[in-house]
Design a binder for this molecule. Structure first.
Ligand code: FES
Ligand SMILES: [Fe+2]
Length: 365
């Protein structure tokens, strides 16, 4: 159902403080996150091995955690190290521990084979911790299949309709054909929208005298991590001339909670007027408003799919990236279940070429 050998964003760093016991369900498994006294993050099964009480209702004792039902105590590697009223602890009494890495304000957890937890596979989310960029962190919970949200992020034609009065502002976005290329474990999508009206939220941030050129350039990798550069700038200026441009870098991560629910971590950073907190707040509020527009549509879509008799969906040209991404996911699922892997050769769009660029390296906007 879900790719296991994969880094999933589990939490913002501020969600796991020194005394926090955070329970969060990731691909159907309830995981307990906390910090050792040196600040290192820990991820272990939240289910006590004795009678399956949640360890998140327990208490931290040094670097260990004690279940507050009958008192079993677990070390940070998941080993049970104490059973009240019993002199010996069976060696096999333990809960599972998960590799967890804290990088640039996100805690990433590896849900598959620990021996394969390669930190080089963590996507490059530099703007989460770069002093040249400012943002306010966001989180949303969806009661939908995470793949429907991936579909949404892989086809920005919806900006013209779902976000007509917020992030979009013009039918030109849906009319522009993106360039889509395959990268390791995901896709690269670049969409230029030239000579168009500024998005309503851009117009509030800058006084553009007229129309603008917009670019959306992002990598989208499994399980559903987006790293995107966007800009809007006076129409007709050279591609590398950022004079008067509004530039943004956005990191967004979808982590399935279950088959029909998803954690959505997001931020959109700006690199202008860094010391004006009202700008940071205005961008965050614009994003929240727009993401509610997405959620309303996707939730309604999920509800209708779930309540209707099965029927095929009819593909259109705009589906290119989302169809390819589902192939990427399926190839990884097949590999994990031992299905022989076919050479992945998705149909290339016009003008697209195969790419070996590393995930997370977005072309200059
Ligand atoms: S359920 Fe945890 S100690 Fe009994
Ligand atoms: Fe959207």
């Amino acid at each position: 159902m879900f790719v296991k050998n994969c880094w999933y964003v589990a939490a913002w760093d501020h969600e796991v403080l020194a005394d926090t016991l955070l329970a969060r369900t990731i691909i159907g498994e309830s995981v307990l996150f906390y910090r050792k006294s040196d600040g290192t993050a820990v991820a272990i099964d939240n289910r006590c091995a004795h009678r399956h009480a949640p360890l998140s209702l327990g208490r931290k004792e040094g670097d260990a955690v004690r279940c507050q039902y009958h008192g079993l105590k677990y070390a940070s590697d998941g080993r049970c190290i104490e059973i009240p009223g019993q002199d010996t602890v069976p060696a096999k009494l333990c809960v599972r521990s998960y590799p967890v890495v804290e990088r640039q304000r996100w805690l990433w957890v590896w849900m598959g084979d620990p021996a394969r937890a390669d930190e080089a596979l963590i996507p490059q989310t530099f703007s989460l911790a770069d002093p040249e960029w400012r943002y306010k962190p966001g989180y949303l919970h969806y009661d939908t299949d995470y793949l429907l949200i991936c579909d949404n992020l892989l086809d920005f034609s919806h900006l013209s309709f779902v976000h007509e009065k917020t992030l979009g502002g013009s039918p030109n976005i849906a009319q522009a054909r993106p360039e889509v290329t395959r990268i390791p474990r995901g896709l690269r999508v670049t969409r230029d929208v030239r000579n168009t009206v500024p998005a309503p939220y851009h117009a509030r941030l800058a006084s553009f005298p007229g129309k603008v050129d917009r670019r959306f350039a992002y990598d989208f990798v499994v399980p559903g991590v987006l790293m995107m550069k966007t800009h809007a700038k006076p129409v007709g200026t050279a591609d590398d001339d950022m004079t008067g441009a509004l530039q943004f870098h956005s990191c967004q991560a979808l982590t399935p909670e279950s088959e029909n629910s998803t954690h959505y971590f997001f931020m959109q950073a700006h690199n202008f007027r860094l010391h004006d907190a009202t700008i940071t707040e205005a961008i965050y509020q614009s994003l929240c408003t727009a993401f509610e527009e997405d959620r309303r549509m996707i939730q309604a879509q999920q509800n209708l799919i779930a309540s209707s008799s099965p029927a095929p969906m009819h593909p259109i040209a705009a589906d290119l990236a989302l169809v390819q991404f589902r192939r990427v996911v399926q190839e990884l699922l097949d590999a994990e279940s031992g299905v022989p892997v076919r050479a992945p050769q998705p149909r290339a769009p016009r003008g697209a070429s195969a790419s070996k660029l590393p995930a997370g390296t977005v072309p200059a906007a």
